[in-house]
Design a protein around this ligand. Structure first.
Ligand SMILES: Cc1cc2nc3c(=O)[nH]c(=O)nc-3n(C[C@H](O)[C@H](O)[C@H](O)COP(=O)(O)OP(=O)(O)OC[C@H]3O[C@@H](n4cnc5c(N)ncnc54)[C@H](O)[C@@H]3O)c2cc1C
Length: 349
């Protein structure tokens, strides 16, 4: 079989990249291990424009956010399904210091921040906000598993998907092509998530496997809340009193097994947001691919430029991923330069 791009891994990274190549009229073959619990399948899919306790608004965030939303909406139109759930986020301050940091942000940069916030109202009987907070706009969550499943369906229809494991030692290069088993490809792009650092071509990239937990909860008395609650942890309303809650950041290299420690850590975060008692109905754990915080890294192999890498989506993968995938696709298709902040070769080689 001949293809233009062999994409290894159909998590969020591989799926996004596949769409950009398909849109450019290229042939792709996506090969995935088809595991039950992967970072993309377990992820909450949150898009939080002002993340972290300093409410930093990084340069380029608005462009990436608008790009991501247009991308997901386009695929909602094509599929007739809903993937992106636009939700306001009730951002509750954790302490007086956070409230002060936010006040200073608004005093100094109110114009830049105007799009992203509004006043917060909460029912103090149910939601705990002693230091106040604000309502963060332009956020929401992507149903990542539904988006992956739709992508896989389309790839299957185009005979562009296979279940399997690509061992990087089985990739053979020659002047005319790259071979993997009976596949002859012009390019190979590794989108292997946390396994990316075990790849023989890219074992010099410090991919840090960072496991995390997510719970499914039922909270009687909070069923009418439509906003995502965020205060260290987060709580996503799914309707009928059901919520998704998270998450933890276990130490790099820790196991990704479901445990009482992980469950209790998430529940402790939820207890800071509401005095209502949740019932745990589900618990999942998976390994995030983290390279440097939530920074994406991508690019070609230094001596074999037909082999490339796309990884590190981290906790902002849903927001940043579509824009970065389009930059990498442009780079591989037409030689457009990569953004310096994400260029693998500038940082690690
Ligand atoms: C608990 C938790 C909560 C999260 N919450 C959020 C959130 O709210 N918002 C957000 O944006 N992000 C969140 N994330 C992070 C998010 O999951 C990542 O940004 C993104 O999904 C990573 O996608 P990926 O494709 O790089 O990796 P993965 O999802 O790990 O996908 C890699 C795929 O490649 C396959 N694979 C690997 N090696 C091979 C091989 N050699 N051959 C074939 N197949 C292979 C794997 O089986 C897998 O399917 C969360 C993650 C976790 C764990």
């Amino acid at each position: 079989m001949k293809t233009d791009f062999l994409i290894v891994g159909q998590g969020l990274a591989g799926s996004l990249l596949a769409w950009h190549f398909l849109d450019a009229g290229k042939r792709v073959l996506v090969v995935d291990r088809d595991e039950a619990e992967t970072s993309s399948k377990v992820a909450a899919g949150l898009v939080t424009p002002l993340a972290g306790g300093r409410f930093h608004l990084p340069d380029g965030l608005e462009e990436r956010l608008d790009f991501a939303r247009s991308f997901y909406w386009k695929h909602e139109e094509l599929s007739g399904e809903v993937f992106f759930h636009h939700r306001r986020i009730a951002r509750l301050f954790r302490d007086a210091l956070e409230a002060e940091v936010w006040k200073n942000r608004l005093d100094r940069e109110s114009g830049r921040y105007a799009r992203f916030h509004g006043p917060l109202q909460v029912d103090a009987e149910r939601i705990s906000a002693p230091w106040g907070g604000f309502e963060m706009r332009e956020g929401g969550w992507l149903d990542v598993p539904a988006f992956l499943e739709y992508t896989r369906r389309v790839l299957l229809e185009r005979v562009s998907y296979a279940i399997g494991q690509v061992d990087s030692r089985e990739i053979l290069t020659s002047a005319s092509s790259i071979r993997w088993k009976n596949v002859e490809a012009s390019h190979v792009v590794f989108c292997e998530g946390w396994r990316g650092g075990q790849n023989r071509f890219f074992d010099w990239v410090p991919v840090r496997p960072t496991p995390g937990d997510i719970l499914d909860l039922e909270i009687a008395g909070l069923g009418d809340e439509t906003r995502i609650l965020n205060k260290g942890g987060w709580l996503i309303p799914l309707g009928d009193g059901r919520f998704r809650a998270g998450s933890t950041y276990r130490p790099v290299g820790a196991t990704a097994e479901v445990s009482a420690i992980g469950r209790d850590e998430v529940l402790a975060k939820i207890a800071l947001m509401t005095s209502l008692t949740p019932a745990v109905t589900g618990h999942r754990c998976a390994i995030r691919p983290t390279i440097r915080r939530s920074q994406v890294f991508m690019g070609r192999h230094p001596s074999e430029p037909r082999i490339a890498f796309f990884n590190g989506l981290g906790s902002k993968g849903v927001l940043n991923g579509p824009w970065h995938a389009s930059r990498l696709a442009d780079h591989l298709l037409s030689g457009a330069p990569l953004p310096a902040a994400t260029d693998l070769l500038l940082h690690f080689h």
